[in-house]
Ligand binder design. Structure first.
Ligand code: 5AD
Ligand code: SF4
Length: 485
């Protein structure tokens, strides 16, 4: 699965991040991230804060003085996976009694002291808004105590912290533009673990994008739980932050970031159907470096289920948003998230999800069985009454249908010449490179004299199950035959 996806534990499970080895001397930090892109982005902030405190990151777990797991709570199986991982770390602590182990992120926030009680090897528990406190907490832990900080903040955006980029290719990077979520979807634990929504100063976002560009990066992904409600100058309570500055919403922010350089591609995640405006779509349509790809989670195709989910839109509203995308950007790729077996979901309601999928024909989808989460609205209000086996059966139907649509969409992308950003060697054959087209489709091609981090032109010739194959052509040839930017 390609990196840099949405809030999905299934995609990115416990990747160790950081350069192959730290510089000599100093203490060594082994940082492992689970779950969403936001967590991977947060880990880069953690590496920066602890870097200031004298830590260097390592990919060798054995040489670490401190192991931190940046965790995910979105579904129960995400948490179980991390519990298993903790069991494995016990051996490491036996071999090196000085080793300290900490839990960051959503599980830290959700379970707090309970984690220290249940998992004896855990020394440190730090929630997503408390990373600035890490140097002090680590000191406490090194002094032999256990340390916890899970305070959530209404202001923290880590705006001026320069993330230490942990992806060693240096081509694509994440930029967090906001934190938290105010939506209160009834199934979702995020508002409890990541707190209230707050947006980050656009100047610091643009500065970060420019810095990445100057360092050779050619793609940034703007991250937020609900990017469409990005808003600067007016805070969540409606107070004006800085009277002489205009309000910057997501559409204007995208305009600003895309102006950093025409050769810097801009992607974003995640949009919310209830808030996605035509204005955003129009900005996307105007600029080639704003990639023609939208992740628009639907969750269910039935208005009754959507109401129970507290999603704030109906099936009709959602389909109207899809129609707006198709009207403004007829070629835009669209992906989604689907939950199967939500509380009270009838067979008819499940069928409505399948029929919506047939109407939209998504390029791609992340699909899950409903997993009840403590403290959520759904846990308090509804019964988790679809049997596990039935959830599995419905999910399998959703997955099978999506497979058909993904193939169909991939085949439709085959044929044109694309401008591709070279990201690195292909996963299957190191003699080939891979990159993505504007639609986020992966394109594989023989290396030729292409370089990682450069744009190339690829004539697509063949459609595989989940990728396109093609041949390099020159810029001049591409201009002659026409290409998709
Ligand atoms: N059970 C199953 N899936 C969930 N998601 C969020 N919470 C749950 C849950 N309790 C899915 C949604 C969301 C994605 C990030 O994870 O589809 O869009
Ligand atoms: Fe959860 Fe809904 Fe917020 Fe997404 S928008 S993080 S699903 S509450």
């Amino acid at each position: 699965m390609r990196p840099g996806n949405h809030t999905i534990d299934e995609q990115r499970q416990g990747e160790a991040v950081g350069p192959r080895s730290g510089t000599e001397g100093g203490r060594k930090l082994y940082l492992e991230s689970y779950g969403c892109q936001m967590n991977f982005s947060d880990s880069e902030i953690v590496a920066s804060i602890l870097g200031e405190a004298g830590f260097t990151t390592t990919q060798q777990q054995e040489e670490a003085d401190l192991i931190l797991l940046n965790t995910c709570s979105i579904r129960d199986n995400a948490e179980q996976r991390i519990r298993h991982r903790l069991q494995h770390l016990k051996g490491g602590k036996r071999k090196n009694p000085k080793l300290k182990v900490g839990i960051l992120g959503c599980m830290a926030e959700r379970l707090r002291d309970q984690l220290l009680e249940e998992e004896k090897l855990v020394d440190l528990v730090v929630g997503p808004d408390a990373y600035r406190d890490l140097p002090r907490l680590v000191e406490e832990v090194e002094g032999g105590q256990k340390a916890v900080n899970t305070l959530l903040s209404r202001e923290e955006t880590y705006a001026e912290i320069q993330p230490v980029r942990l992806d060693d290719k240096g081509v694509t990077g994440f930029i967090s533009i906001m934190r938290g979520c105010d939506n209160m979807c009834s199934f979702c634990v995020v508002p409890f673990t990541r707190g209230r929504e707050r947006s980050r100063d656009p100047k610091s976002i643009v500065a970060e994008a420019l810095d990445l560009y100057n360092k050779g990066y050619r793609e940034v992904t703007l991250l937020g739980q609900n990017v469409d409600s990005y808003k600067w100058n007016v805070d969540a309570k409606g107070n004006v932050k800085d009277a002489d500055e205009p309000v910057v919403r997501f559409a204007q922010l995208m305009d600003l970031v895309s102006d950093v350089n025409p050769d810097l591609r801009v992607r974003f995640s995640t949009s919310h159907p209830k808030d996605m405006t035509d204005e955003v779509l129009e900005v996307m349509a105007r600029k080639d470096n704003l990639c023609k790809y939208i992740h628009l989670p639907v969750q269910s195709g039935d208005s009754g289920v959507l109401k129970r989910m507290n999603r704030g839109y109906t099936r009709e509203w959602y389909l109207n948003r899809i129609a707006a995308i198709r009207r403004i950007m007829p070629d835009c790729a669209i992906s989604t998230d689907v939950i199967s077996g939500f509380c009270g979901e009838t067979l008819e309601e499940h069928e409505a999800t399948l029929s919506l999928m047939k109407e939209v024909r998504y390029e791609m989808a992340y699909m899950f069985k409903y997993s009840e989460r403590p403290r959520t609205l759904a846990e308090r209000k509804f019964e988790d009454d679809v049997p596990e086996e039935e959830k599995g059966r419905r999910l399998a139907e959703v997955i099978d249908l999506q497979r058909v649509h993904s193939r169909e969409r991939m085949a439709a992308q085959c044929g044109p010449v694309y401008r591709i950003l070279v990201e690195g060697p292909s996963k299957k054959d190191s003699e080939e490179y891979q990159g993505r087209n504007t639609y986020n489709g992966v394109v594989v091609f023989p290396k030729g004299d292409a370089q990682i981090g450069e744009y190339v032109y690829v004539q697509t010739t063949k459609c595989m199950a989940v990728t396109l194959r093609g041949e390099l052509i020159s810029e001049q040839e591409a201009q002659e035959v026409g290409y998709i930017a």
